[in-house]
Design a protein around this ligand. Structure first.
Ligand SMILES: C[S@@+](CC[C@H](N)C(=O)[O-])C[C@H]1O[C@@H](n2cnc3c(N)ncnc32)[C@H](O)[C@@H]1O
Length: 290
C-alpha cells in the first residue's frame, strides 16, 4: 500500500451527474474538484438541497484529513463496489493489478473449480473480486478468506453478501495458524497483500495513512529487511498449503524483491518471478509449488 488511498480510481462521477454550485462551494473551501464531485454525488443525490447540511459535514471531515473513501463508505475495486470503513485498508489500484495476475495464473492452470485462499482479506477486495470475475467466466471458485482482525472479517462478510458471493468461508486466524488443517496441500491459489511497511518508513508516509488500521499496514523487520516479517511467514508456510502446481501471489514493498524471491526459492517454490507495478516499482511475487 505505498500510495495514498486518495489517489482514486479512473471512474470518478461524471460532471453531468452533480450539482455544479455545490461542487464550486466545496472546491472554494479547498477540496479537490474530483473529490468534490464525488461528495456531491454521494450526499446530494438528484440535487436535493435538503441534503446540503450532510454534505457540508462530510466536506468538513474531508478538510480535516479523513480519506474520502471512509466518508462515503464504499469504493470501487475491479468489478465490485466494496463497503469500506476504518476497520479495513482502503483497497489500492496496484492490488487491482494483482487480481489480474491471479486470473491469468488460474487460466494457465485450467482449474474448473479452484480453491483460493486470501490471506489478510481486509475488505475482501482480492478474494471477492476473483470470485466475481471467475463467475463471469463460468468458473465456480471457492474462497477461504483469512484475517486476524474481526472488524475486517465483518466488513468482508458484508461485502460478500452485498455482491451475492456465497462460496466463501471466513477464518479468524493469524496467517495459517487456525486454518482448517484438512486444507493443507489442497489450495490452488494463495493470494496475499499483507502489511509490509516498516515502522521507520511508516513515520514518513502520507499522514492520511494514519486513518487506516496500523495492523493492516505495518510489519516488523525480518532477515534485516524492514517490514518483511509477515511476508516471510506467508512465503515460507504457503508452500505446504498449496497443492502441487498451485501458485502463491503476494504483493510487497518496492524494497522486498530480493528477500521475497530468495525466501520463495529457499521454501522450495519453482518458477519464481517478481513483477513491477504500473508505476514501474517492484510489487508482486508469483511462485509455483513444484
Ligand atoms: C494491507 S491489508 C490488505 C487488505 C486487503 N487484502 C486489500 O488488499 O485491500 C493487510 C490485511 O492483513 C491483515 N493482517 C495483518 N496481520 C495479520 C496476521 N498475522 N494474520 C492474518 N491477517 C493479518 C490485516 O488485518 C489487514 O486486513
Amino acid at each position: 500500500m505505498p500510495c495514498s488511498p486518495t489517489s482514486g480510481p479512473a471512474n470518478w462521477p461524471r460532471v453531468t451527474d452533480v450539482n455544479a454550485d455545490l461542487v464550486a462551494e466545496l472546491v472554494a473551501s479547498g477540496i479537490d474538484r474530483r473529490e468534490a464531485r464525488w461528495l456531491v454525488e454521494e450526499f446530494v443525490p438528484g440535487g436535493d438541497l435538503d441534503a446540503a447540511p450532510a454534505l457540508r459535514r462530510a466536506a468538513k471531515r474531508r478538510l480535516d484529513g479523513e480519506p474520502l473513501q471512509y466518508i462515503i463508505g464504499h469504493w470501487p475495486f475491479r468489478s465490485l463496489d466494496l463497503d469500506v470503513d476504518p476497520g479495513v485498508l482502503i483497497p489500492r489500484p496496484e492490488t487491482e493489478e494483482l487480481v489480474g495476475f491471479a486470473i491469468d495464473e488460474l487460466a494457465r492452470m485450467g482449474c474448473a473449480a479452484p480453491v483460493i485462499m486470501d490471506l489478510g482479506c481486509g475488505s475482501g477486495a482480492i478474494g471477492l473480486a476473483l470470485l466475481d470475475e471467475l463467475l463471469e467466466r463460468g468458473i465456480l471458485a471457492t474462497l477461504v478468506a483469512v484475517d486476524q482482525s474481526t472488524d475486517a472479517l465483518a466488513t468482508a462478510r458484508r461485502n460478500a453478501l452485498k455482491h451475492k458471493l456465497h462460496a466463501v468461508s471466513f477464518v479468524h486466524s493469524s496467517w495459517f495458524a487456525d486454518v482448517d488443517p484438512s486444507l493443507r496441500g489442497h489450495i490452488d491459489l494463495i493470494v496475499a497483500n499483507p502489511p509490509y511497511v516498516g515502522d521507520e518508513e511508516f513515520v514518513h508516509l502520507d499522514p492520511v495513512l494514519r486513518y487506516e488500521p496500523k495492523g493492516a499496514i505495518v510489519s516488523r523487520d525480518a532477515k534485516g529487511v524492514p517490514g518483511f516479517a509477515d511476508l516471510d511467514v506467508i512465503i515460507r508456510e504457503a508452500v505446504s498449503w498449496l497443492r502441487p502446481g498451485g501458485v502463491l501471489i503476494c504483493e510487497h514493498s518496492n524494497i522486498h524483491r530480493d528477500a521475497a524471491t530468495e525466501t520463495a526459492k529457499q521454501a522450495g517454490f519453482v518458477d519464481v518471478v517478481d513483477l513491477d507495478d504500473l508505476a514501474g516499482h517492484p510489487r508482486t511475487l508469483i511462485a509455483r509449488r513444484a
